[in-house]
Ligand binder design. Structure first.
Ligand SMILES: Cc1ncc(COP(=O)(O)O)c(C=O)c1O
Length: 433
């Protein structure tokens, strides 16, 4: 093993993160190679800097003027678009993301977290977490309605196993008891769990009381001596449409909940800043017992994992997002416009669905947030309905594991939603009643 990795492991040894390191996580380190040496040269090589493989003249990269001319004059220097981004991401963007995160999550006040590290979108963040902290053969606890990519990441990439529990409890809320039981039943002293709210595919976020109960339940498991890695997937953060819904990431509670809890927040500009194609996400670490040295070691391991996969992340995306967040004249207004429209669509779908209450072919799962709602197909084949909708009615929806039909109402105009919902019920009736 590389001596730098051994050094980082030594630093982490007395932290909760250590026992979660996969074999890759243990071997990972940030090399003192080209990136580190060129960073050092940036400070000191004032005469000639011959470190980076990036063609420059007079301090700026060469570029295709056909690309540069697509940007408005005077906003970005060529280096802000065409250069490599710094390892870990644009420092100013990382600092701003952290301060916005603290503003949106008041319970983070005074809690020690890492500076978010930029990833190539949230999928990349989750995949890095799997690489570093999910050893082959381990289990990842997850509610049974989940974003399907978790399967590919945790089962197929990490060679771990999803340990599922029923998402909803008896009362129609989040199944905290089931979650606790699944955590207790994980096979060794290290349990991993991924929680995604607002949830894809259900569109559900726990109420404030439920959120506190979830945190309490995980703490109770931690009290038994189990160490728990809690991954918060906050892809749809902020799209909360009901008063009683928890408006903060669970990460803000888990960040200092217990010495045995290791909290990781994965989030992204993707949906939060409406830049789906940009590929800019973030990973943030926290735990009650973390020192600055622990956080630094975890950051270096993560930078190493990025260096050996995508090397570094999208520069134009980071520059554009930073500029909008910092200087954008319409930043707040545009985000509000999206929120208001999503809420109108959410209300319209609720209304449309309520008119079909009691129909037995489909049962909508409780939903209150995000981009989606989903139907339980009550034992019928959701794939059959999906295909029928497509062929007979030219309607696209998603079959989840053959028993759930997901509707991304975020991508359908308000005026069409009632007809969409009515047609889905009609189609299900034609097939199954
Ligand atoms: C729950 C969830 N997590 C993560 C992601 C991935 O986000 P990104 O597009 O930033 O990779 C998605 C995207 O659909 C998602 O629904």
């Amino acid at each position: 093993m590389n001596s730098l990795a051994i050094e980082l492991n030594e630093i982490l040894k007395d932290s909760v993160a250590y026992g979660f390191l996969s074999p890759i996580g243990q071997r990972m380190y940030f090399p003192k190679g080209i990136v580190a040496q060129s960073d050092e040269a940036k400070e000191k090589a004032k005469r000639y800097n011959a470190t980076v493989g990036l063609a420059t003249s007079k301090g700026e990269p060469f570029y295709l003027s056909d690309i540069y001319s697509s940007f408005k004059d005077g906003i970005f220097r060529p280096s802000q678009i065409f250069s490599y981004a710094p390892g870990g991401g644009n420092k100013e963007l990382r600092a701003l993301w952290k301060s916005m995160m603290e503003k949106k999550n008041p319970h983070l006040a005074g809690k020690k977290t890492s500076v978010p590290i930029v990833t190539g979108g949230l999928t990349h963040a989750i995949s890095l977490i799997a690489d570093l902290f999910v050893a082959p053969g381990s289990e990842v606890v997850c509610p049974d309605l989940f974003w399907d990519n978790y399967d590919l990441v945790f089962t197929d990439l990490a060679n771990a196993q999803l340990k599922l529990f029923s998402f909803y409890g008896e009362n129609g809320g989040f199944n905290t008891e089931g979650m606790k039981k699944a955590l207790m039943e994980t096979k060794d002293d290290y349990a991993r769990i991924i929680l995604n709210f607002p949830n894809n595919p259900t569109g559900y976020t726990p109420s404030h009381e439920e959120a506190l109960a979830i945190v309490e339940a995980v703490k109770e498991v931690a009290d038994t001596g189990k160490k728990i890695l809690v991954i918060s997937d906050d892809a749809y953060f902020g799209l909360f449409f009901e008063e009683e819904t928890e408006p903060e990431s669970l990460f803000s509670y888990f960040a200092d909940a217990h010495e045995n809890i290791f909290a990781i927040k994965g989030d992204a500009a993707t949906k939060e800043e409406m830049v789906w194609g940009f590929r800019v996400g973030f990973i943030t670490y926290a735990s009650k017992g973390f020192t600055d040295a622990h956080i630094d070691a975890l950051t270096k391991k993560t930078l190493g994992a990025i260096r050996c996969t995508v090397s570094n992340c999208d520069m134009p995306g980071q520059s554009l997002i930073l500029n909008a967040m910092k200087n954008g004249a319409s930043y707040e207004k545009d985000k509000q416009t999206l929120f208001d429209e999503m809420k109108r669509r959410y209300n319209a779908v609720h209304q449309a669905v309520s008119r079909h209450e009691g129909e037995s072919c489909l049962t909508p799962y409780p939903f209150n947030s995000g981009y989606f709602m989903a139907f339980n197909t009550n034992g019928h084949d959701a794939e059959e309905l999906r295909k029928y909708l497509l062929d007979k009615y030219q309607i696209g929806a998603i079959n989840i594991m053959g028993r759930t039909l997901r509707l991304a109402y975020c991508s359908v105009e308000l005026e069409g939603l009632e007809e969409l919902v009515d047609t889905i019920y009609k189609a299900a009736g034609e097939l199954w009643s």
